[in-house]
Design a binder for this molecule. Sequence first.
Ligand SMILES: Cc1cc2nc3c(=O)[nH]c(=O)nc-3n(C[C@H](O)[C@H](O)[C@H](O)COP(=O)(O)OP(=O)(O)OC[C@H]3O[C@@H](n4cnc5c(N)ncnc54)[C@H](O)[C@@H]3O)c2cc1C
Length: 266
Amino acid sequence: MYSFNYVKPKSLAEVGEFLNANPDARPLAGGMTLIPTLKARLAQPSHLVDIGGLDELKGIEVKNNALQIGAGTRHVEVARSPKVREAIPALADLANHIGDPAVRNCGTIGGSVANNDPAADYPAGVLGLGATIVTNKREIGADDFFQGMFTTALEPGELIVRVSFPLPKRAAYQKFAHPASRYAMCGVFVAETGNGVRVAVTGAGPGVYRWSEAEAALGKNMSADALAGLATSPDGMNEDIHGTREYRANLVNVMTKRAVNKLLGR
Ligand SMILES: Cc1cc2nc3c(=O)[nH]c(=O)nc-3n(C[C@H](O)[C@H](O)[C@H](O)COP(=O)(O)OP(=O)(O)OC[C@H]3O[C@@H](n4cnc5c(N)ncnc54)[C@H](O)[C@@H]3O)c2cc1C
């Protein structure tokens, strides 16, 4: 049987103190990933620290030319938020295509980003937009945050408080969803930012990554035609019962072209 204790601190400070004092405790947000992980006996935390009711982790606001989304904000709230739809419609679109209604009504942006599933959607949006992950201890740029499959720069006991997305000029996300789970077989986020074009790919490789050749080509010419000469190597791509390496490598090109066309309104 499972053996853990359940606690529900009343403030962010209390959560931080508890996690520091109990290194084997784990925060519980929407539970969409953590509960199945416990059921499969893949994690054995000493305590589940319920952060679901903390107001300090909620909220969406546009401030200092950035869209700030509290870590406890559920996918459905991002998808429906007029503020997100106006500031970064591509992010609302991304959230609207995560899983199914049950997943979107429970799962949170903080849980998704902390988990860094190699087929999750938010990591592509966070990396593609060059967002900053604000924790209870520091700020971490997206380029330093994602460190491969289920691995991030978060230290034990460190809690994501919010994610801050600089407003892009234009952006779009396109994914080829697994027909059962809706996780990305391949998802590509393309953003035209003040610092150039960023292209982030999820689902195809062992973790989210930037496709620098596509960024350079699109920086010169924001058009699907600019990608014509680029080929993604199947080396290092994911391979499983759902698709071969070659299939996923091809999907990277196809989804990037579709994302660019979407960004251009075509
Ligand atoms: C059937 C199904 C389909 C899905 N389809 C998709 C999909 O299409 N695309 C997609 O992107 N995702 C998908 N998901 C995953 C879903 O988006 C989850 O919401 C997400 O992976 C985890 O979020 P959560 O809030 O449920 O986190 P939890 O399950 O509560 O936690 C996940 C992990 O993050 C940690 N954590 C949680 N919050 C924080 C925080 N603030 N700071 C630090 N650590 C934290 C927890 O300790 C745990 O280790 C799917 C899940 C299911 C069950």
